[in-house]
Design a protein around this ligand. Sequence first.
Ligand code: R5P
Length: 295
Amino acid sequence: FVETLVKFTVIGGGASKDLAKRLARKLKAVYIETETKIFPDGESKITLRKIPKKSVILVVQSTYPPVDTNLLQALSIISQVRKISSRTFAIIPYMGYARQDKQFLSGEVITMSVVAKMLQSAGAKKVIVVDIHSNTALNHFNIPTENISAVPELANYFKKLNLKNPLVVSPDVGGSSRSKKFASLLKTDFIVLKKHRDRKTGRVSIQTTKADVQGKDLILVDDIISTGGSIIKAAQFLKKQKCKRVFVACTHGLLVEGAEKKIRKAGVSRIISTNTIPGNTSKVDVSGILAKSVQ
Ligand code: R5P
């Protein structure tokens, strides 16, 4: 490996190789791939064949499922490269555990605070995330953090679809500001549904009883789609209100437990997510906004 004097070195963890490569290209940085082997017992073995030197090192690794495996891989890479660079930044485009940022029911462990401590002690000097579920999650860090919004990129994608007067819908009150921003970028209106989630069973219900959406194309905007429960309930409600088509835009398409199929079955025409989590629906690239944030 011939050392090149560049400002950034990008290291792609196993969960975010493609995104890391794109980021390196945008930054004209050296890209270093990690070799990851998973042993039959589930342990990860990571090898860094090239050694980065004299640069800010960006370790890119989302922590989508298998969440703990991907998290431990991120921690392992960071703890290895901190030996080389005192400027090791952790780019965790999708930050798992961010929804466990506070105690909802008594006795619950705030695992986000444990994750923050681990990333810091592994050697991350800064943490960069994309559309983290809440800013409360970032308050658990004692190092600089940056939360980048992919909403403009998602809105751009939808602009190109040339939908006629689409109405933006937030499936819950917590997502209102996101939908407001999305709608303003699309120069259109938005509405907010009231969602209830049973904290014990996790079951979701829509409490809004009426919405003026008849004959309209709708874009449901959310940060995360996990099981699809929230989006499915919202889509079913909106269909009952006689809307036209329902599109879905989200930053992080976890889409677990067959969510994609179930969402389509609920009448959704298209699901669009970003490449913070690679998959069928990840049509929007966030490498550009990540590059801008570090430059
Ligand atoms: C919740 O507040 C989040 O913004 C998402 O709506 C939620 O986490 C999605 O989860 P699921 O797809 O399982 O309903």
